[in-house]
Design a protein around this ligand. Structure first.
Ligand code: CA
Length: 355
């Protein structure tokens, strides 16, 4: 499978394939449209302007990442070969089509899913993909997810956290959860910059992005979904989050303790009793990936508290295209069997890659 001149030994020799599960792409048309939005100005999401003002700018790092985002062919496969990655699960980069009006976002999701499916058809042994959807049109998003899975062979949905400041715990979005559950595919809840209502305190110290703001935004979003009772309504719904659960695995006992206390008190009209403890949903409906978190202690911790069947490998290409980080994962002090789960078999199961 590896190209000549590859610097990494094939992971097949080690008894597993490395499947990277949170790998980004962005068609040139998407970047063009984002650029046009920013040029037009107006009342845009400040996190979007901050992130894409940078990545569509002139710095060498930004230009390198923007170029790699647009390429889903030979160059990407060379990069994968050089880092020993057998397969990427591709998804439209943040904020995808969620920044556009509902009609534009819905139409663009279909266009980009068709382009993704074409790249996968060209390299079926190297690429899989998740469907982009536009939650700002929930029924249309559910339909596009169904088309993406049934017609295009995509393996789930990618949602880049808040949609214009709104979160998926609002039942108006639950057509999407119903579709994912009935199609038996996961929803990958990928980070975005903090939503407009909480952006400023992060940005004032440069904390709005991958350094911390992404994790706060996304863990808040997932916790809102959990305590809303969405997983009681859709018990078969599977969600995947990156960055080792965006911090939530560290909080399980405290969240359970205070959720119980809040349900018992009459302080909160919006806190409802759930069928299970919040941590149970994190252990039964959620899988976490190692994207951007190539560090032994939290990977082992997540395997310990969530289970070795619930932690998946991700690189976060091209944002975190750092070949040495694969070695960190290769060198984890776990059995070969558990390493195969981390790199390969958990991803195959959660995303239905054999199907
Ligand atoms: Ca990412």
């Amino acid at each position: 499978m590896s190209a000549p001149g590859t610097t990494e030994p094939s992971s097949a020799n080690a008894g597993y394939l490395r499947i990277a599960t949170e790998e980004a792409f962005a068609p040139a048309e998407l970047l063009q449209r984002w650029r046009a939005l920013m040029q037009r100005g107006g009342n845009l999401d400040p996190g979007f302007v901050d992130q894409w003002g940078y990545f569509l700018g002139e710095s060498p790092r930004a230009k390198g990442i923007a170029a790699r985002l647009q390429e889903i062919g030979a160059q990407r496969i060379r990069d994968m070969d050089e880092t020993g990655i057998a397969r990427q699960i591709l998804s439209l980069t943040n904020p995808g089509v969620q920044i556009f009006d509902a009609a534009t976002g819905t139409a663009l999701a279909a266009t980009f899913n068709d382009q993704l499916a074409e790249a996968i058809r060209a390299h079926p042994d190297r690429f899989s993909g998740l469907a982009a959807i536009a939650p700002q049109n929930p029924a249309g998003a559910a339909k596009e997810l169904e088309r993406g899975v049934r017609k295009l062979g995509l393996k789930g949905a990618i949602i880049n956290s808040h949609t214009q400041g709104e979160y998926l715990d609002d039942p108006k979005f639950w057509d999407i959860f119903a579709a994912a559950e009935s199609l038996n595919v996961p929803v990958y809840l990928h980070p975005s910059t903090p939503s407009p209502r909480m952006y400023a305190p992060f940005a004032e110290r440069g904390l709005e992005g991958a350094i911390y703001g992404f994790a706060v935004e996304t863990s808040l979003h997932l916790l809102r979904i959990i305590v809303s009772g969405a997983f009681d309504r859709f018990p078969g719904l599977r969600m995947v989050v990156g960055h080792l659960g965006e911090g939530l695995p560290y909080w399980l006992s405290r969240i359970d303790f205070f959720h119980r206390a809040n349900v018992a008190s009459d302080r909160y009209a919006t806190v409802k009793k759930l069928n299970k403890k919040p941590s149970d949903y994190l252990k039964e409906n959620i899988w976490v990936t190692t994207s951007g978190m190539a560090w032994e202690p939290p990977i082992l911790y997540c395997q310990q508290v969530l289970g070795v069947d619930r932690v998946l490998y991700a690189m976060d290409y091209p944002y975190q295209f750092i070949p040495e980080e694969v070695k960190v994962t290769d060198n984890l002090p776990i059995s070969d069997q558990d390493k195969k789960k981390l790199y390969q078999s958990n991803a195959e199961r959660v995303f239905g890659l054999g199907a």
